[in-house]
Each structure stands twice: as structure tokens, then as C-alpha cells.
Design a protein around this ligand. Structure first.
Ligand code: NAD
Ligand code: UPG
Length: 329
């Protein structure tokens, strides 16, 4: 299938793009490189552009003769969204509208959307099923929920097929060692911890050790990007015009911040400097998915998403790419 990936030069989009090529599809990335990396995309497969530029995006869709869009492009940091909601509503809500309108202009009938655990309420029962209440408590979660609803409204009115994939904590690096996590402004736990291990930062802040969890630090459900990529492949192949699907993508297990730190220390082979810092605004204590629905309906299961495998893959990538992609434009 010919597929355009908005945000395809980013961390998860780049992993999916490579995975789709390996599995016989023909993907291109459409990315403004605000966070993504030019050399994360294989030669000849990148169109540089902003998703808010509807005409440019529609032309890219027509030129590629796209049959589906995977919409990854977004601003995606919970704490930043609290500090700068303006930008989050612009890119995540208006940007999604622009993507849907460009798809209509170009007659593209399918979309797979990157949604998030952050659309659920903090007080929901764990593990989360897809019908748990969606009561986001941060601007990031609110903007992603608005985008979900917009996709469903467009689908109903204009006959789009869609898959909404609610990822939990994307992590790891591709097993061929070609693609990993390298953002301009990093805020995610595993890359920050490994940057400390590599001497690029002095110490890791543990954001609170007084949460109601087994060791006092937050629990998250870490899911490997290659597992996410396989779910995208299955989802895009399963949807057609007028068919909508919604799935959680997580491992079904949770790791605390301290457990992630210990796993990183085991991979690196030495202690990693850290200290306890205040809680971070917008953090829930625990987020864990149940991936049963996508397992039942599409046969997906997380094969690489135990925390040890994730951290080892990420550390291999960091060792092979000490300066990340090194090609910030
Ligand atoms: N990382 C996670 O744990 C996680 C979890 C749940 C959901 N998600 C969602 O997955 C998607 C990808 O996240 P990621 O971690 O790969 O982030 P990322 O920042 O690595 O990738 C996002 C990409 O979008 C591009 N982009 C941003 N604004 C753009 C615009 N206006 N026009 C064109 N391109 C633009 C960036 O340059 C970047 O390459 C996001 O939609 C995010 O909300 C991520
Ligand atoms: O320097 C740091 C960074 C993070 N954390 C903690 O580590 C955990 C994971 O944080 P992070 O890696 O920033 O991810 P989340 O804030 O859980 O959010 C990720 O996972 C969500 C879904 O679960 C997605 O929606 C978001 O896009 C994605 O960034 C949280 O408890 C943080 O408080 C620290 O203790 N120190």
C-alpha cells in the first residue's frame, strides 16, 4: 500500500516507516523537521512540510498516490502542553483538521491515528480497556482526544476508514540498530536516563518518590516501537472505507521509574547518577493498558516490550549514535 506518514521523521513515525518498507509497503514521510531528523528517513522518502499547509500536504498525497495516511505529527510532551497549550491546540487539533481536509482534497480513504493513554482519566481502573472513561487532565490529552473525535466525525460524514491507536509509553530502538530516539528537546525517561549514563547529562531527576505505588515512583506501560510499528501495519491492512477501529497499545505490564533506572543500570553495567525531585505536573501515578482487544481482533501481541529488552535496544542505539542523528537542520 502507498502510505504517507505525517511526522515520519520522528521517533515512532520513523520506526513505522522502516517497518512498512520491510513488510512490502511503499511509505513516504511528510515532516517539518521541527523535532524529527532528516537522516531518520531513507533517501528519497521525505517531503519537508508543515501539516498545517493543507495544499502542500494534498499535493504530497496526490504525488505519492497515497491510499492511506498514518498521522503521527504532533507536539507530544505532557509538561510542555501545560506550559504552552496554544501551540498544542494549533498543531494537534488544527493540524489534524488540516490533515483530514487534505485527505478529502486528495481522495485518500484511510487514516491511522497516533493517540495516547493520556486521553484517559487519572482515576480510571487499571489496566485500561478501550471503553474506560476518556477524561484527559492535561492539554496534551485534551488535544489528542479532540483529534480522535474529529476523525470519527469525518469518518461518519465522509466515509473514511480509521484506526485510532492509543499508545502507552513508546520506547526502545529498532533491532537493526538503524533508528532510535533523538529529539531536540528530550523529556522522556529512558533517553534521559541513557544520556546521563553516556555522560551527556549530570544526573537524572526522579519526579517524585511519594506516589501511591510499590516503590513510590510512577508506573508506566513501556511498549517497543517495533511492536507499535507492527500494530500500524496490521491496522492499516484491516481498515477500509467506513470501517473504524480503536485499540490500546501497551504491554499489559507496568514498570516504575526506579525499575526503569535499574534496568538501564543493568544494561550499561554501572550505576547511573540520580536524585529525587518534585512531582512533575500532569503525571498520573499509574498507566497500564490491556492489549487484549487488538490481540483478539488483529492477533497483535507485544513481542519486544519487556523493560529489559527495551532498554538494551535503546542503549545499543545510544552507543552506536553518541550524537544522535547529528543532522539537525
Ligand atoms: N512517545 C510516546 O511515548 C507517545 C505515546 C503516545 C502517543 N504518542 C503520539 O505518537 C506520535 C509520535 O510521537 P513521537 O514520540 O514519535 O514524537 P516525535 O516528536 O519524535 O515525532 C513527531 C514528529 O512530528 C513532526 N511534526 C511536529 N509538528 C509538525 C507539523 N506541524 N508539521 C509536520 N510535522 C510536524 C516532528 O518534526 C516529528 O518528526 C505523536 O502524535 C504523539 O502524540 C507518543
Ligand atoms: O526526567 C524524568 C522524566 C520522566 N520521569 C518520569 O518517568 C515517567 C515517564 O515519563 P515520560 O517518559 O516523560 O512519559 P510520559 O509523561 O508518561 O508520557 C509518554 O507516554 C504517554 C502515554 O502513556 C504519551 O501520551 C506521551 O506522549 C509520552 O510522552 C513519568 O512518571 C515521569 O514523571 C522522571 O522521573 N524523570
Amino acid at each position: 500500500m502507498k502510505i504517507l506518514l505525517t511526522g515520519g521523521a520522528g521517533y515512532i513515525g520513523g520506526a513505522c516507516l522502516r517497518w512498512l518498507i520491510r513488510h512490502g509497503h511503499d511509505p513516504i514521510a511528510y515532516d517539518d523537521l521541527s523535532e524529527g531528523n532528516r537522516s531518520a528517513v531513507p533517501e528519497g522518502r521525505l517531503v519537508v512540510g508543515d501539516i498545517l499547509d493543507r495544499d502542500r500536504l494534498a499535493s504530497a498525497l496526490r504525488d505519492h498516490r497515497a491510499e492511506a495516511v498514518m498521522h503521527f505529527a504532533a507536539l507530544a510532551s505532557v509538561p510542555d502542553s501545560i506550559a504552552d497549550p496554544d501551540n498544542y491546540y494549533r498543531v494537534n487539533v488544527l493540524g489534524t483538521k488540516s490533515v483530514l481536509d487534505a485527505m478529502r482534497d486528495a481522495g485518500v480513504p484511510r487514516i491511522v491515528f497516533s493517540s495516547t493513554a493520556a486521553t484517559y482519566g487519572f482515576r480510571a481502573e487499571m489496566p485500561l480497556t478501550e471503553d474506560a472513561p476518556q477524561l484527559p487532565e492535561t492539554p496534551y490529552g485534551t488535544t489528542k482526544l479532540a483529534a480522535e473525535r474529529m476523525i470519527m466525525d469525518y469518518a461518519r460524514a465522509y466515509g473514511l476508514g480509521y484506526a485510532i491507536l492509543r499508545y502507552f509509553n513508546a520506547s526502545g530502538a529498532d533491532e537493526c540498530g538503524e533508528h532510535g530516539e533523538d529529539r531536540r528537546c528530550e523529556s522522556h525517561l529512558i533517553p534521559l536516563t541513557l544520556q546521563v549514563a553516556a555522560g551527556r547529562r549530570a544526573s537524572l531527576d526522579i519526579c517524585g518518590d511519594d506516589w501511591p505505588t510499590r516503590d513510590g515512583t510512577c508506573v508506566r506501560d513501556y511498549v517497543h516501537t517495533d511492536d507499535l510499528a507492527e500494530a500500524h501495519r496490521l491496522a492499516v491492512e484491516a481498515i477500509g472505507p467506513g470501517v473504524g477501529r480503536i485499540y490500546n497499545l501497551g504491554s499489559g505490564a507496568g514498570a516504575t521509574v526506579l525499575e526503569v533506572l535499574r534496568a538501564c543500570e543493568a544494561s550499561v553495567g554501572r550505576p547511573i547518577p540520580h536524585r529525587v525531585a518534585p512531582r512533575r505536573p500532569g503525571d498520573p501515578a499509574v498507566l497500564i493498558a490491556t492489549p487484549e482487544k487488538i490481540n483478539r481482533e488483529l492477533g497483535w501481541s507485544p513481542r519486544r516490550s519487556d523493560i529489559r529488552t527495551i532498554v538494551e535496544a535503546a542503549w545499543r542505539w545510544h552507543c552506536g549514535h553518541p550524537d544522535g542523528y547529528g543532522d539537525r537542520s
